[in-house]
Design a binder for this molecule. Structure first.
Ligand code: ME8
Length: 514
């Protein structure tokens, strides 16, 4: 068995009642970047994503299409699977809540909460939104001029009354507040933690956790007339995939997880979920990190690339790594952000093509031309040269700290300072001039730049896996020397390099001049 530190990270599981959009892609990319970073950093990672397939919304959408809910789930879960693949996600598992392993797990969680005295049968009446899969207080709803009652986000609500099982959430307020207090990083960013804490402080009501008005869900143990509320079912996916209830399962060693979610579902993850787990006597998640929402700004985008809220179209238009880079760099993780064609093109051309791409291309093509296509000699490194390498340690440390608090944009920012430093170095050293005056020094300078590119390439792999790999191939870096622990290994002088090719092409505007 390995003695590596384990790291378990999850995305929200997606509703397959429609096809994926850019918000789904965003959450999946960010989680993948965090998972890959941890792997490169020597951790033993379990990365989970999947689909949330039960609930009234699924049943109603299927009915409208004249198909069974499972047919709808099968069809769209496959599209979500294609999406995570197209995004280059390195997930170890893809869970579907209609799987048998999940039913077993959710029913066991229910039994444990029940055995702990936290579940009772009552009657529920409330304003229910099918779209949000949630009940609303009358005070939260408004009746429009059309006579239709709606919840704050605008979807229609209807009065629903049913026999329902309740979870004694009201008993967990103090324990939840203590959790946020003792473990201030349980919910991040801090703004979200404060929101959650004030929600809990305002007083928790018991939660209705079963339904009798439809049947597309996991049956309540011992009472088939009820199916479980879809959020009890959905949240449990995170422990199902870790083997629950088999706590001897190999995977159980990965629990607890870091949950990456959108800010729309913080309450479910930071209030209900820990309360369920406390009740069932299961260890709580390590962290709930809520990212912001993305907005599509600027009409030009749709004109130039068609339906860009479709992640597949976005990848087709710009390429996968540039898309991953853009979203991770442009939007401070945790904040809302917007994207536009101009902003994406600007990042591609300025940071990737002119920045890292150009740095690699100009040094490697000079090596190909003037150093026999081999890693140049490094026996005469100066203080200036070593100073550049010396920055790596601090940058890797900064990136690691940033990723530890899910500040993905900060990590990238930090790594890219090395590109700027290397650019300044190469301009100051001017190897093209040294070629005539001091070819030995030129070789050392080119060595230094190539070595810096190696270091950057190692660190960008989690963000842009294919490009990182291509850069490392161009530097003839062996497969076993690409993790962060290899950052200080130096390129070996005399190693034959493949012919250089560009890794980050410029984005050239497609003209519809025809
Ligand atoms: O909420 N910008 O599923 P879902 C950024 N099944 N992220 C966005 C976004 C946007 N415009 N729109 C959606 C569910 N997201 C539940 C989750 S977990 C146990 C159950 C992201 O398919 C955001 O992370 O409606 C959201 O939480 C996630 O997509 C899933 O949305």
């Amino acid at each position: 068995m390995s003695a590596k530190e384990r790291f378990y990270i999850t995305t929200p599981i997606f509703y397959p009642n429609g096809v994926p959009h850019i918000g789904h892609a965003y959450t999946a990319i960010a989680t993948d970047v965090l998972a890959r970073f941890a792997r490169h950093d020597g951790k033993d990672v379990l990365f989970l994503t999947g689909t949330d397939e039960h609930g009234q919304k699924m049943q109603q959408t299927a009915e409208k299409e004249g198909i069974k809910p499972i047919e709808l789930a099968d069809r769209n879960a496959a599209v979500f699977q294609c999406m995570v693949e197209a995004l280059g996600c390195s997930n170890d598992d893809f869970i579907r809540t209609t799987e048998e392993r999940h039913k077993r797990s959710v029913q066991e969680l229910w039994r444990r909460m029940e055995a702990n005295g936290d579940i009772y049968l009552g009657k529920y009446g409330g304003w229910y939104s099918v779209r949000q899969e949630a009940y609303f207080d009358e005070s939260e709803t408004t009746v429009g001029e059309d006579g239709v009652r709606r919840e704050p986000l605008g979807s229609e609500v209807e009065w629903v009354e049913e026999e329902s099982y309740y979870f004694r959430l009201s008993a967990y307020g103090d324990r939840l507040l203590e959790l946020y207090d003792k473990n201030p990083d349980f919910v991040l960013p801090a703004e979200r933690r404060n929101e959650v804490a004030s929600f809990v402080k305002s007083g928790l009501k018991d939660l209705s956790i079963s339904r009798t008005t439809f049947d597309w869900g996991i049956p309540v143990p011992g009472n088939d007339a009820h199916v479980m509320y879809v959020w009890v079912d959905a949240l449990t996916n995170y422990i199902t995939a870790a083997g629950f209830p088999d706590e001897n399962a190999e995977r159980w060693a990965y629990w607890p997880a870091t949950h990456i979610i959108g800010k729309d579902i913080v309450r479910f993850h930071a209030v209900y979920w820990p309360a369920f787990l406390m009740s069932a006597g299961v260890e709580l998640p390590k962290r709930v990190f809520a990212h912001g929402f993305l907005f599509n700004k600027g009409e030009k985008m749709s004109k130039s690339v068609g339906n860009v809220v479709d992640p597949f179209a976005l990848i087709d238009a710009y390429g996968l790594d540039p898309v991953r880079y853009f979203f991770m760099r442009e939007v401070p993780f945790g904040n809302d952000g917007s994207y536009s064609h101009e902003a994406i093109v600007n990042r591609i051309n300025a940071d990737l093509a002119n920045g890292l791409g150009n740095l690699a291309q100009r040094s490697l093509s000079m090596i190909a031309k003037h150093c026999d296509g081999k890693v140049p000699d490094n026996s005469r490194l100066t203080e200036d040269d070593r100073a550049l390498f010396g920055k790596t340690e601090g940058i890797l440390k900064d990136a690691r700290d940033a990723m530890g608090r899910q500040a993905i944009h900060r990590a990238l920012e930090s790594i890219f300072t090395l590109v700027a430093d290397a650019d300044r170095y190469i301009d100051a050293q001017a190897p093209w001039a040294l070629r005539k005056t001091d070819p030995e020094r030129m070789a050392t300078v080119l060595y230094t730049v190539a070595e810096t590119v190696r270091r950057i390439a190692i660190m960008v792999q989690p963000f842009m896996p294919a490009s990182g790999e291509r850069l490392l191939n161009l530097l003839a870096v062996g497969e076993g020397a690409r993790d962060f622990a290899s950052i200080d290994r130096m390129l070996v002088s005399g190693t034959e390099l493949p012919a250089p090719v560009g890794v980050f092409p410029r984005y050239v505007e497609k003209t519809d001049a025809a």
